[in-house]
Design a binder for this molecule. Sequence first.
Ligand code: ZN
Length: 254
Amino acid sequence: MKRAILSDIHSNLEALQAVLEDIKKQNVDEIFCLGDVVGYGPNPTECVDLVMKMCKVCLLGNHDQGALFDPEGFNGSAEKAIFWTRREIDRPSPRRDERWDFLNILPKRFPDDADGAVYVHGSPRNPLNEYLFPEDIFNPRKLEAQFRLVKRFSFQGHTHVPGVFTDDLKFYAPKDFDGEKELPSEGKFLINVGSVGQPRDFDNRACYVTWQEIGDRRILKYHRVEYDAEKTAKKIFAIRDLDNFLGERLLKGR
Ligand code: ZN
């Protein structure tokens, strides 16, 4: 079984299309999305439509929830983007109800008991909102509380920073293991799959992972995909309710 896992598309259609093209070459059986399909970017409806069509599982992210309900805890530019997103999804269209219905029933977690895995947007403890940053290795209580809730693997997004936390409280960025790693048959791992539509690890290419089960072996691979970030940024610059900063950061990957 081979699965592509992606997260944090953030209404970036160019990045999502490039990633889906790349996934075609990987011979995967299914695609999972860990949430934040919308928010920040210029093409929410197109991204929702593609995820509906292509992903076997899609989880609720905090920005998806913000578009559905009253946004809480967002900064000014994120909140403005959320209200703009809501109006876009709400625009008269034969697909409007279908899009709202899809967003409305997204789950917050997906357990894959056979694999000892749980899929969330933020963290095992707080699937929607909690951030696990690389520097949390210096906060053992916080990380140990996550590992206690995980059998073997947790897959998450939310920070837009790809990498793997191990239960001896270390963090490995993809470049630390050349992007591909067979995980040991013991131990627990929190795997951040990075972000498709707004990477923040100083690499502006879209990011996703593949996860392959071969018997007892588990192989994790990070993929980086170039896309036309200038095109997406220009669309953002042309929309008054989306701050220019949201386009500029796509060019820098931060
Ligand atoms: Zn996000």
